[in-house]
Structures are given as C-alpha cells and as structure tokens.
Design a protein around this ligand. Structure first.
Ligand SMILES: Nc1ncnc2c1ncn2[C@@H]1O[C@H](COP(=O)(O)OP(=O)(O)OP(=O)(O)O)[C@@H](O)[C@H]1O
Ligand SMILES: [Mg+2]
Length: 275
C-alpha cells in the first residue's frame, strides 16, 4: 500500500509493519526494535517511523544506537528513521491535516529505500494511530499473557465463547474496512503474546482458549510467542540488541537464553513472511 497516494503499492515500495494496541505497555516498542534489527540481520533494508512522538521510545533507542556507533567506532547498522509528534493545533481539521502531512512526509522519504518500514504507535485512539493502522500491510498487536490484555479485544463467557467485541477490536475492524475500501485487500492482523513466562500453565490454557476464539471472530491470526527476557530490555540504553555481537560490544556475555530470544524474533519474522 502506497501511503502517500493511498493506492496499491508498486513493486518497489516497502512492506509496512505496524505495531499497534490501544492498551499501553504491551511491548509495541520492544517488538518494533527487535523486528527491525531481526529483519536487518536477515539482510533486509529497514526503516522506522516513531508515531509515539511524545514518549519517543523507538526514536531514543535509534538515537542511542547512532551514539554508540559513533563512540565505539563499531560498524553497526543504524537505520533511517523519523519521529512524528502529534500536532498541537486546537482546530481539529487543521490538526489532522498537519498530522497527515507529517506522517506522509516521513513515509515518502522512506518507502522507496526500504524493504520493510516499521511503525511504532502510541497507545490510545488518535487520528494518527487510526491512519497508521489503515496503512498497514501487517498489523502486529502484542498482548501480555492474561485476561487484562486479551479483553482489550473482546469479552468471553465462562466457556470462552466470544460475548462482546471491545473498542480496540472494533477500532481495528473499522481500519480494515477503510483499507479494503481503498485497495480491496486489507491487511493481515497478527496477535503476538509477549512477555510469556513458563509459569501458570492452567491460566495459560484459559487465556489461549479465549484468545483463539477472539482471533477467529476478528479474523486475526495468532503468531508465535515472545518470552519475558531481560535481554529484550537490558541493552536499550546503548541502542543495542541481542542481534549485536554481545561479548565484544557490550560486555554482556552471550547465553543460551539469548539464542532463544533471537530464535523467537526470527520465528516471528518467518511467520510474518509466510503471510
Ligand atoms: N519480551 C519482553 N521481555 C522483557 N521485558 C519486556 C518485554 N517486552 C516488553 N518489555 C518491557 O515491558 C515494558 C513495556 O514495553 P514497551 O514499552 O515496549 O511497551 P509499549 O506497548 O510500547 O508501551 P506504550 O504503550 O507505553 O508505548 C518495558 O519496560 C519493556 O522493557
Ligand atoms: Mg511504546
């Protein structure tokens, strides 16, 4: 999908991966970072847009990475990126025009120089966020492994049958309809359980049953899980990740858990590629 023209993509435009969830703190930024660097490790050209310009966690990571590259003189890849901050204009029409122009301007500069464009969204329901959801080729919604997160999509009864679709579920379906009206194709919606631990097996079974029924009702797919691992957060301030050479660059000794972390991200990328 070409964002600036609103028409189906030409062959040389990037695939747009959007990290979205109306609920905060589910791992959007963490997954945006790791998908970006995982795709890069596979030899893809990647670029990023941080649409959460107020917090700017994705941009800060990428800035930290540029600083690390400069100071360490290590030849690490620093992807091109833009930060889009929401307009503060009090007039709604002008505010949306300004938001659109800032977003479209960033996309225009990146969509022809990357194979994948990764968009990190803020939580909440904003004009920019809906626009980005509607422009996805792949929408990834990270959810923590519990009903507090799963219920963002909808409610289930005691047999886990879907009773009600909640605002974020409707929000995505609205964006999908809007997108289908533009290019007739829509986007693929992937649900990713993030911060999954090995504890609480009985609870997990219930959560999985609810999630599976909600996914079916919403036309979403459940992708592979991402575990709760310190390595997914401990290198943030350096702008590095488990995909960088750990011992040499960071003083962090590579462990079996790091290999598992890399594999989880690569499995997710493989799943994305298969869609
Ligand atoms: N797989 C993981 N393992 C360990 N920690 C994680 C993992 N995923 C996320 N975290 C941590 O959880 C917290 C929330 O993650 P993150 O900021 O990525 O969520 P978010 O959805 O982008 O939040 P927001 O809605 O505020 O933008 C952060 O402290 C992050 O380091
Ligand atoms: Mg975030």
């Amino acid at each position: 999908m070409s964002i600036t023209s609103g028409k189906p993509a030409e062959n040389n435009t990037s695939k747009v991966i959007v990290l979205g969830n109306e609920k905060g703190g589910t791992g959007k930024t963490t997954l945006a970072i790791h998908l970006l660097l995982g795709l890069q490790a596979k030899g893809m050209r990647v670029a990023a847009i941080d649409l959460d310009g107020r917090v700017a966690g994705f941009s800060k990571f990428l800035k930290n990475r540029e600083i690390w590259a400069q100071n360490s003189r290590q030849n690490i890849y620093t992807p091109p990126y833009f930060t889009v901050s929401p307009s503060q204009n009090k007039d709604t029409v002008l505010r949306e025009q300004e938001d659109f122009a800032a977003f479209a301007g960033a996309v225009e500069k990146l969509e022809h120089i990357s194979d994948y464009l990764i968009l990190d969204l803020p939580s909440g329901d904003t004009y920019l966020s809906r626009l980005a959801h509607s422009m996805a080729d792949i929408l990834i919604t990270p959810l923590n492994d519990g009903f507090l997160d799963v219920n963002v999509l909808g409610d289930v009864d005691e047999d886990f049958a879907v009773r009600h679709i909640n605002p974020y579920g409707k929000y995505v379906l609205d964006c999908l309809t809007r997108r289908k009206n533009i290019d007739g194709k829509g986007f693929t919606w992937l649900l990713v359980k993030n911060r999954v631990s090995s504890l609480g097996a009985k609870h997990k079974i219930k959560v999985d049953m609810a999630l599976s029924n909600l996914a079916q009702k919403l036309g979403a797919k459940i992708a592979s899980n991402i575990g709760d691992r310190v390595i997914f957060r401990e290198l943030y301030a350096m702008g590095l990740s488990v995909f960088d050479v750990l011992d040499k660059q960071t003083g962090v000794k590579a462990t079996a858990s790091h290999n598992e972390a890399k594999k989880e991200v690569m499995d997710l990328i493989e799943y994305i590629d298969s869609k």
